[in-house]
Design a binder for this molecule. Structure first.
Ligand code: EPU
Length: 292
C-alpha cells in the first residue's frame, strides 16, 4: 500500500462494494478511499496515475454494475463534508459532487427554485448525474449546469464553464474527470407550484417504474427515438430470469435483483436481452449503466 503512504483520508483495503450499489451485487475494491479535501483528491489521482493504478469514482451507486471480481484499483467516494455541501446564492446553487441529487432536488423545490423538478425520483450524486446528464421525459440536468470544477485523471483541478461543457443524451464531455462542484442556474418561482410539479413527476415515475426494488434504473439507452423498455417488452422478455436477476415485470428496461443475485446473473440477463432484441426487433441496444 506504498503508493498511498501518508494519505490522511478514510481508507479501506479489499472493501466490499455490493452494499454501496443499488444492485447490491459485485466484489470488493482493492482500495476504497474518501479524500477529505479537493487537494487530497487531486493528490490521490496524481499518485494513482504515477503508479499506473486505475481508478473509478463511486457516487450513489445507482447506475453501476460491479463485476463479481470487484475492481482491482482505487475507488474514490466523495462522501466527506468537503464534497457534500450546498451554497445558495439567489437563483445560483453551488453543490458538491457528492451531494445527493434527490435531496437537492427536494430542497430546491421547497425553496421555489425551479429547474430540477425533472430530477424527481432520479437517484445519484450531483457529480455522477452531471457527468451522465441524468434526466428523463421532463428535462435533463445539463440544461441548468452553469459550470463545474473537476479534478482530471492526473490530479489537475480544472474549471469548465457552460461554453466548454457539452451535454448529449445521457452523456457529457466530462469523461474521466471527477466533478467536485457544479453550479446550477435555477429560476426563482412559486414554491407551492414547484413542489407540486416535483411531486407530480415523482408520482409519474413511481407508477411506471419498480422504484421499490433493487435496480440501477434503466439499463439501456433509448435507441434513436424508440423506447428500449417498449422493445424489450415487445420481445416478450418481462420476467425473464437468470439466477437472482430478472427483467422487471413493471418496466422492461429495469433489471431487478433478489438477495441471492450475483453480477454474473445480471450480465447474463443483459446479454440475453441484447441478443433477443437484435433477433426480434433488429435493434442493437447500448448500455446506459456502467459496468466495472
Ligand atoms: N413501455 C412499454 N413497456 C415497458 C416500458 C415502457 O411498453 O416495459 C412503453 C411505455 O408504455 C411508453 C414508452 O414505452 O409508451 C416509453 O416508456 P417510459 O415513459 O417509461 O419512458 P422510457 O423511455 O422507457 C425514459 C428514461 C427514464 C425516465 C423516463 C421518464 C431512458 C433510457 N429512460 O424511459 O430514465 O425515467 O423516460 O422520464 O432514457 C434512467 O435513465 O435510468 C431512467 C429510468
Amino acid at each position: 500500500m506504498n503508493w498511498l503512504n501518508g494519505f490522511n483520508g478514510k481508507l479501506r483495503e479489499f472493501a466490499p462494494l455490493a452494499e454501496l450499489t443499488w444492485f447490491r451485487v459485485g466484489g470488493p475494491a482493492r482500495w476504497l478511499v474518501s479524500p477529505g479535501s479537493q487537494t487530497e483528491l487531486a493528490e490521490t489521482l496524481g499518485r494513482a496515475a504515477d503508479h499506473g493504478i486505475p481508478y473509478k469514482v463511486l457516487g450513489a451507486g445507482a447506475n453501476v454494475l460491479v463485476s463479481d471480481d470487484g475492481f482491482d484499483g482505487v475507488v474514490v467516494r466523495l462522501d466527506e463534508p468537503a464534497f457534500t455541501s450546498t451554497d445558495f446564492d439567489g437563483h445560483l446553487v453551488r453543490a458538491g459532487g457528492g451531494v445527493d441529487l434527490m435531496d437537492l432536488t427536494h430542497v430546491c423545490a421547497r425553496r421555489g427554485l425551479s429547474g430540477l423538478e425533472a430530477m424527481a425520483g432520479i437517484p445519484g450524486t450531483v457529480g455522477g448525474a452531471v457527468r451522465m446528464n441524468a434526466g428523463g421525459r421532463h428535462g435533463e440536468l445539463g440544461q441548468v449546469v452553469e459550470g463545474v470544477t473537476a479534478v482530471s485523471e492526473r490530479g489537475a483541478v480544472v474549471s469548465l464553464d457552460r461554453k466548454e461543457l457539452l451535454f448529449g443524451y445521457r452523456s457529457s464531455n466530462i469523461g474521466a474527470r471527477i466533478v467536485v462542484w457544479a453550479t446550477l442556474r435555477l429560476v426563482q418561482s412559486d414554491p407551492v407550484q414547484t413542489m407540486q410539479r416535483f411531486r407530480e413527476y415523482w408520482a409519474e415515475k413511481k407508477r411506471a417504474q419498480p422504484l421499490g426494488d433493487r435496480s440501477a434504473g434503466c439499463v439501456f439507452k433509448n435507441p434513436g427515438g424508440a423506447s428500449a423498455g417498449a422493445l424489450i417488452d415487445q420481445a416478450g422478455l418481462k420476467g425473464y430470469t437468470r439466477g437472482g436477476a430478472s427483467v422487471s415485470a413493471r418496466h422492461a428496461n429495469f433489471i431487478v435483483t433478489a438477495p441471492h443475485a450475483t453480477a454474473a446473473h445480471v450480465r447474463a440477463v443483459i446479454d440475453h436481452v441484447r441478443d433477443e432484441v437484435v433477433r426480434r426487433c433488429g435493434v442493437e441496444l447500448e448500455l446506459e449503466i456502467d459496468i466495472w
